[in-house]
Write a protein that binds this ligand. Structure first.
Ligand SMILES: [Zn+2]
Length: 113
């Protein structure tokens, strides 16, 4: 928002102090610049900038919220599909090889959650 520039010429070194709330205006000294920071003009400008920043942050949060809501929806559907698959899973009748496959399937389902 505020800027303090120093420019050097061949003869003198000039420090230029400016503020974005009043483009083109230069302040003769750091003291006058700091005094400017207490003016209503600058405070109103600072409040507007803060408001814009908060609006940008709010929009970013809304985007994250929408993305998260979508992710939750997708995960809920996958969870429902897995629960449905488990409900209709046929339990093997004691064959050791099939039992191992059943346990592998259960482990896979739990890892995916
Ligand atoms: Zn200002």
């Amino acid at each position: 928002m505020n800027s303090q520039n120093t420019s050097t010429t061949s003869m003198t070194r000039v420090r230029v102090v400016q503020c974005d709330c009043n483009p083109g205006k230069t302040y003769a000294s750091t003291q006058s610049f700091h005094q400017h920071l207490t003016t209503h003009r600058h405070e109103a400008f600072a409040l507007k900038e803060r408001c814009r920043d908060l609006q940008r942050r709010l929009q970013a949060m809304e985007m994250r919220w929408k993305t998260s809501t979508h992710t939750i929806h997708v995960l809920r559907r996958k969870c429902d599909a897995l629960e449905n698959a488990l409900t209709h899973l046929e339990v093997p009748d004691g064959d050791e090889e099939e039992e191992g496959a059943f346990e592998d399937a259960m482990t896979t389902v739990q890892e995916e959650r």
